[in-house]
Design a protein around this ligand. Structure first.
Ligand SMILES: *[C@@H]1O[C@H](CO)[C@@H](O)[C@H](O)[C@H]1NC(C)=O
Ligand SMILES: *[C@@H]1O[C@H](CO)[C@@H](O)[C@H](O)[C@H]1NC(C)=O
Ligand SMILES: *[C@@H]1O[C@H](CO)[C@@H](O)[C@H](O)[C@H]1NC(C)=O
Ligand SMILES: *[C@@H]1O[C@H](CO)[C@@H](O)[C@H](O)[C@H]1NC(C)=O
Length: 308
């Protein structure tokens, strides 16, 4: 009798730890945007540590024709053609810890600045987006989507309807997850787009896995400033899914100060569960140490003591 209950006890412990490892495998994440600028970048040049959940974010899938006309939710891939369907399959088969996501929209297509437009028929838009993205996701062996709309209509008059952004995007992610088309969804707000993204996150947080907040847009250059900004953004999006981010050869904090900032975040009680980097395009062939920030970020994440 005692033996039986011991076994039952063990079995239930095993069951609990199984659920726990399925829910979160304890790995930290690196998010790497790739393919947005036309540089002929490839996956297999990026250093990937097997102990990290490595997410490539293909930039971008866009609801627009090549001339920049919106297509009522019909998305097409516009990332650099060196990121082929076969190369996604290959990098994933070589690295079981790799996932690949399509980022939606981005700033511009050619000379056309892209913006969220409120579709006349939101449900039609959702259906079109679901169908077109499902096909891209299957063709390219993708695991998820990232939301990177960066421009929104001006504040509406009191008489006009609410923005459809949160509804359309939230329902789209929910549907893609419900139909098991994707397993991961992330969002990429920055300082002028916090409003619409808080609306989205407030209503659909349960289907959003990570917040790739673009800290470099806050143009903070010191570790202390970074900590202050992180505190503010963690009040808006929660700390748990919020990832510190770095723009290679870009805005905001640069160089070793970024790692000082990560250490300061941990010292201040935040667990650094991952890092987002924009982008592989800037990291490759810069003449210096290729992928320095990718390598050092992964080393930092593996070295730090706090786990998810
Ligand atoms: C991965 O990280 C571990 C722990 O930091 C390190 O020992 C190993 O060399 C790394 N592997 C690669 C390929 O960077
Ligand atoms: C529109 O916005 C108002 C104010 O934020 C909110 O109370 C209302 O529920 C919204 N309506 C819809 C349909 O989302
Ligand atoms: C999809 O939605 C249906 C209906 O709400 C629900 O019963 C089902 O469990 C969901 N499946 C997943 C994978 O979320
Ligand atoms: C790892 O952590 C130790 C102790 O905090 C620190 O001294 C060392 O510099 C860290 N190494 C890296 C690669 O971050």
């Amino acid at each position: 009798m005692a033996k039986l209950s011991n076994n039952l006890f063990l079995i239930s412990i095993l069951g609990i730890s199984l659920v726990f490892t399925q829910f979160c495998d304890g790995k930290k994440v690196l998010m790497e945007y790739i393919g947005a600028t036309g540089v002929p970048v490839k996956f297999n040049t990026v250093p990937i540590n097997q102990s990290i959940d490595f997410h490539f974010i293909l930039s971008f899938a866009i609801d627009a024709s090549p001339q920049g006309e919106s297509q009522n939710g019909v998305f097409s891939p516009y990332w650099v053609p060196t990121l082929t369907q076969d190369s996604v399959a290959q990098i994933k088969s070589q690295n079981p810890n790799v996932k690949a996501l399509a980022s939606l929209s981005g700033w511009s297509l050619g000379d056309t600045v892209l913006r969220w437009y409120d579709p006349e028929d939101p449900d039609r838009w959702i259906t079109n987006a679901f169908t077109s993205l499902k096909s891209i996701i299957e063709d390219y062996h993708l695991d998820g989507i990232d939301i990177d709309y960066e421009n929104f209509p001006k504040r509406r008059r009191r008489s006009s309807p609410n923005s459809t952004f949160a509804y359309c995007i939230g329902e789209l992610i929910s549907l893609l997850k419900n139909q098991s088309v994707i397993s991961v969804a992330t969002i990429a707000p920055f300082y002028t787009t916090v409003g619409p993204y808080m609306d989205l996150y407030g209503r659909y947080a349960e289907v959003i896995d990570f917040v790739n907040y673009q800290f470099y847009t806050d143009r903070v250059r010191s570790a202390n400033g970074y900590l202050d900004t992180f505190r503010v953004r963690s009040m808006q999006f929660g700390a748990e899914k919020l990832l510190p981010s770095y723009e290679v050869e870009g805005r905001g904090i640069q160089g070793e100060a970024f790692f000082d900032a990560l250490r300061l975040l941990e010292k201040s009680g935040f667990s650094v569960n991952g890092v987002m980097i924009f982008s592989a395009d800037a990291s490759v062939g810069g003449g210096g140490d290729d992928y320095y920030y990718e390598k050092k970020s992964q080393a930092f994440l593996l070295n730090s003591t706090t786990l998810l």
